[in-house]
Write a protein that binds this ligand. Sequence first.
Ligand code: SAM
Length: 378
Amino acid sequence: MDKNLEDEQFTGVIKFMPPLYKQRYEFVKDLVRKYKPKRVADLGCADCTLLWMLKFCSCIEVLAGLDICATVMKEKMHRLTPLPADYLDPSERSLTVTLHQGSVAHKDSCMLGFDLVTCIELIEHLQEAEVEKFPEVVFGFMAPSMVVISTPNAEFNTLLPGVTIFRHPDHKFEWDRAQFQSWAQDTAKRYDYSVEFTGVGNPPAGMEDVGFCTQIGVFVKKYPQTREPVKCEKPNEAAYKTVFKAVYPSLKDEKYLQNAVVSEVMFRAEIIKQSLLDHLMSEYEDYNDDPTERKVKLQCSVNCFSEDFETLAVEKSMEPFVSGNVVYIPLRKLFSFPKVKQLCGTFENFCRLITGKVTLNSDHSAVMLNIENEDEES
Ligand code: SAM
């Protein structure tokens, strides 16, 4: 759409590096890095490329896209689905991505509570009646802390050969800087926002007077904590249709946290068990190199701890030990690993998360691992 026209049709005349659409997305990403919004909505999200880029910003916990055209959203929305790696190594943060089909001229309560709303190359596609409703929906109803609006700067068009009226056949208008700024300042004043203007796509040397190819207004809500919500007509309940929803696996979800803790505990416990057995075996190798003899001696050695001694040993020490065919790895030892500690926070929480998921000794002070397999192998 717009991005192709600006970056390909005019290749050889004006070439933006990186391409202009990427500069717009990078502009949004920079704002996200700076202000760290948790909830971001992209209006007129089209093929969801900006949303896909934003899902990698770790501050964002809720991402929503809105477009009037479901077909264009569905084209590449699979990119917003969690990957197998997201399940194998769940993130600390929670992330929910939702796509809605609907118009920015309508209110829907699913668009409430956002910190940042982006409208990238959207308003020039709106019909006159939609442009009139747009400020009330975005600034009055959604009322996020920050709004970013980008739109073509008509003054730049003289540098784009082939552009007779508008840059794209679907554009209903293209504003020069004065028109955009006047609309933006009126809107900001009406809804208690401040606005600053910038852009992306630098004009060539000597042509600076035309301004950026894409003009951008960044609106910031004044007094976000204290201001009374603007009175607005009752939202049309469920004006939008949800076409996609993905809830990413997160360690904030107990189920994924428990899996992560148990995997880490079993991984650490297996390493400890192996090194303990290797150590015991190497001790016997010093005395006798006959493997049959070694097995007998290992069996003898591991049996050296009586069952009564087990509890005492675990209580007194964080060190793992062997009794019978079992390696005992004290929970305190396992909790001392930084990743386990970081996942669980407290020792009590650690015990709670692994109880019932790993085999523990009678007083729940150690993980028990059988050594029969190793015995057979050796
Ligand atoms: N924001 C995207 C980007 O920068 O790549 C795509 C912008 S595209 C030029 C404009 C999008 O606005 C289209 O996907 C179109 O379907 C959508 N659109 C047009 N009118 C709309 C409306 N009233 N409400 C929501 N989306 C609308």
